[in-house]
Every structure is written in C-alpha cells, then in structure tokens.
Design a protein around this ligand. Structure first.
Ligand code: UGA
Length: 464
C-alpha cells in the first residue's frame, strides 16, 4: 500500500520505517528540512535501537523515501499523522500542528484519503480533524475518512514494540476503514514480515497481538488512559518506596511480591527519580484537563503528578544528607536521557536534577552513552565527560540518574579510586547495596536502607 507519514520524530520515523519493513511503500515528510536532509544523506536524526537497520534496508529496497514538503504526503492513499502535540502553558495539548496538517491534506489532495491519527490527542480530536478536512477540502469535494490508531511505542524499544505489539487499537467508523487498517497491519498480525530481531519464524509465539476495533473517541481515550495509568503505577511505587524507607523495609522485595499478583503486574513499579519524557508527563496533564473540562473530578491524577514532581526534591535531600554542603562541590551525574536506550532529554528527570544541583552551587560533570549531544543544547553550562570513569574522577558524589545497563557493570574499584569521596546516590535503584558496600562505597538509594558511612581502617584504607 502507498502510505505517507507526516512528522519524522520518534513516532513518525519508527512508524515509517516499520511500515516499510513490513512491505509498504512509504514516504515520510517533515517541514524541518534539516531532519529530511540528514535522512536523505543516509543518516538518522535520532537514536533508537534497531531503527538504523530497518531504515537502511528500506532505503536500499526503495520502499522508503523522505521529503521536506508535507504536501507530498498527499501522494499516499493512507496518511499517518505523527506530528507533535506538545503541552501548552495550561497543560492542554497543543493541536496546532494537527490543524495545520489537516489543512495541507485537505487542500493538496487530488484523490480520496484515509487520514490516520497516530499522534497522542485528547478524545474528540478525530471529530475536529474530520471537520477540518471537510471545511478546507470543500472545493475538491473529495472524501476523507479518519481513523485513530494510537501508538504504544516506548522509546528505546520502539521498533520492537511496533513489530511485536501486545495490541493494535483502531478507532474506525466504517468497514472500509477497518479493512484498510487491517490490510496495513496484516503482516504484523500474521507475522509474515522479515523480523530484524528474530531468526525466520522465531518470533516468540506468545506475542500474538490483539486486534481491537473501537470508535474513534474510545481509541483516543485508550491512549490517554493507558499512559496515565502507567504514571499512576510509578507514583504509587514511589509513595510506597518512601514509606518502605521510613519503616526500614526494602521496596524491591515489596514490589516484587506485589507485582506477582496478575491483577497488578510487575512492571512500572520501579521507584526513583520518577517519570519523565515527552509522553507520560504531558499526556497526564492533558488527560486531567480533558476530564476537568468534561466535568469529571480527576484529583487522583493531579496527585500522581504532584508525587512525581517531588521526586527531584527528595533526591536533592538525599544528596544534601550525604554531602552535608552541596555548594562548591564537584558532583558526577551518570545519565542525562529521560530513560535508558534513548538520546531523548525532553522532560528528563536527570536534566531537572542537574538544574537543581546547579542552583545549589554544585559543579556538575555528566556522562550519558547517547544523550550528551542533545543535553548540551539544554544544559550548556555543565561539563560533559567521555565515560562514567571520567565523570567520577575527583567527584565528591556519583549520582545515577538514568537506568542505562552499562552503569550496572562498571569497574567499581576503579571508580572508587578516582573519586574524591566514594559516595554513590542511586536515583534508579540500579545497584545492589551489598555489592556496592563490598567495594567500599557509601550508598544512598530509594526505598531501601541507606549505607551511609563506609567503615575505615585506622590507616585510612577502606575496609571491604
Ligand atoms: C510511554 C509509554 O510507556 C508508551 O506505551 C507510549 O506509547 C509512549 O509513552 C507514548 O505515549 O508515546 P516512553 O515515554 O517511551 O513510553 O517511556 P516509558 O518507558 O513509559 O518511561 C517513562 C518514564 O517513566 C521514564 O522516565 C522512566 O524512567 C520512568 N519509569 C518507568 C519509572 O520511573 N519507573 C518505572 O517503573 C518505569
């Protein structure tokens, strides 16, 4: 099928690349000519595991093209809208990019189109989208159908999530739309595509996705309700973590057992610095606003947001408790991305944390395996180091802000020896307290007893 994708951010590029991977002919457009320039030169404007491989392959097979003219998107029979819906200052989603795209599609199309909302939007946006298409397309008298197809991709595993989803949700209003959407996703539903992750016919059998067809309003609501529930789980885990800490319990043990109840589930119960990124915080806010405008009391979700905002203060409190005075001290920060396996720093708790440390007068050295280039644009005033070891050198504390796997397996003896003081404050509960203590560190974390003082031999050598 000839498909166009408007917007080449994380969602648009993954959607375009994966649709090409499963056999469609795809054109990705973006009005940011610099992004399209990078893509046309064989590069990628973002880091996302697995994406380079499938986009390179699709370029070679001539199934994927890029254009800086969004009007070119009207070459497709189906157009996926993947533009950003950032938060407005009042927390509502800014839908101006969707409105703009609707006008382009309506005025530039020369044949009927199926227009698919993939961007996260508040319920009833589909109704407005339909209205915009018909108002601005009135001269051509073409028929535009609209579908909602929310994405559930997680940055860092987005390609895998697209190709092996647990569910595909389609909000459609007629059988033709439903059928067309099923034809698009058939290779995923039947596993008939070449999988970049698994050997032929070795995609795990338990990953059979559910195909869910709903009204457009329901599909839009499903996305906001899902992300807000995930946020709720994290804030709940953070609250229980604070209590565990106060009572001398271990949050890992607690949540492991709580999560074994299939009604609860074990994922998204990791406490720490809280949730960030471009989706959970903004979707939560937009959902609360939508509910309040609709006359429904969503105070509970306001609390989720409040609990999350307090995580950074709690981390700073721990840092103060450990360092006594923060001002003037060098602090190493491991991780700037909002989570592991991405270079995305938007609404990153790590960035927020660094800003707080700078406000307290600390000197910050940071290291992140992928996100330093993007971090430099938002935090130019700190020093970026080439490795975790360089960030640790001469630092009085090493703060873990992102759950990168490589931070689990560092040479801790080497880190200890280069630090001005062997102190780790773990904002992601990444390390084992017993192990890190054995290497001679003071160790602070969330929801578990702190190991506040290292024991010293009389001659000043650390005991293990
Ligand atoms: C989220 C959803 O998980 C996706 O299903 C959805 O498609 C996407 O938003 C979206 O709307 O586009 P994402 O923002 O990529 O995906 O990241 P998550 O994996 O959800 O993590 C969000 C934040 O929560 C991160 O800062 C992460 O570190 C934090 N987190 C996650 C915790 O603090 N604890 C946990 O247990 C899990």
């Amino acid at each position: 099928m000839k498909i166009s994708v408007i917007g080449t951010g994380y969602v648009g590029l993954v959607t375009g690349g994966c649709l090409a991977q499963i056999g469609h002919e795809v054109l990705c457009t973006d009005n940011d000519a610099s992004k399209i320039g990078i893509l046309n030169d064989g590069g990628l404007p973002i880091y996302e595991p697995g994406l380079e491989k499938i986009i390179d392959q699709a370029r070679r097979d001539r199934r994927l093209r890029f254009s800086a003219n969004p009007a070119d998107a009207t070459q497709g029979d189906v157009i996926f809208i993947c533009v950003g819906t950032p938060p407005l200052s009042n927390g509502d989603a800014d839908l101006s990019a969707i409105d703009h795209v609707a006008r382009t599609i309506a005025t530039e199309s020369t044949s009927p189109k199926l227009v698919v909302e993939k961007s996260t939007v508040p319920a009833r946006t589909g109704e407005e989208l339909k209205r915009a298409l018909s108002v601005y397309g009135r001269k051509s008298n073409l028929k535009f159908r609209v579908a909602s197809n929310p994405e559930f991709l997680r940055e860092g595993t987005a390609v895998d999530d697209f190709l092996h989803p647990d569910r595909i949700v389609v909000g459609a209003e007629d059988e033709q739309t439903e059928k067309q959407m099923k034809d698009i996703y058939r290779p995923v539903l039947e596993r008939s595509f070449t999988c970049p992750f698994h050997a032929p016919s070795a995609c795990p059998a338990d990953l059979q996705p559910s195909w869910i067809v709903t009204t457009i309003n329901s599909a839009e609501l499903i996305k906001h309700a899902s992300n807000s529930f995930l946020a709720l789980k994290i804030s709940y885990a953070n609250m229980v973590s604070d209590l565990a800490e106060a009572l001398g319990a271990d949050i890992k043990e607690v949540m492991q057992a709580v999560g074994l109840d299939p009604r609860i589930g074990s994922r998204f119960l990791n406490p720490g610095l809280g949730f960030g990124g471009f989706c959970l915080p903004k979707d939560l806010q937009a959902f609360v606003h939508l509910a309040e405008r609709s006359g429904v009391d969503f105070t509970m979700l306001r609390e989720v947001e409040r609990v999350n905002k307090k995580r950074i203060n709690r981390f700073i409190e721990k840092t103060r408790q450990a360092l006594w005075v923060i001002k003037g001290k060098q602090v190493g920060v491991l991780g700037v991305a909002f989570k592991a396996n991405t270079d995305d720093v938007r609404f990153s708790p790590a960035v927020d944390l660094i800003e707080h440390l700078l406000a307290e007068g600390a000197r910050v050295c940071a290291y992140d395996p992928e996100a330093m280039e993007r971090a430099r644009a938002v935090l130019p005033q700190i020093e970026y180091k080439k490795s975790a070891y360089d960030a640790a050198e001469d630092s009085e504390a090493l703060l873990i802000a992102t759950e990168w796997d490589e931070f689990r397996k560092l040479d801790w003896d080497r880190i200890r020896d280069v630090m001005a003081r062997p102190l780790i404050i773990d904002g992601r509960n990444l390390l084992s307290p017993a192990e890190i203590k054995a290497h001679g560190f003071e160790y602070y974390c969330f929801g578990r007893p702190n190991l506040a003082t290292a024991s010293w031999h009389e001659n000043g050598v650390l005991s293990k």
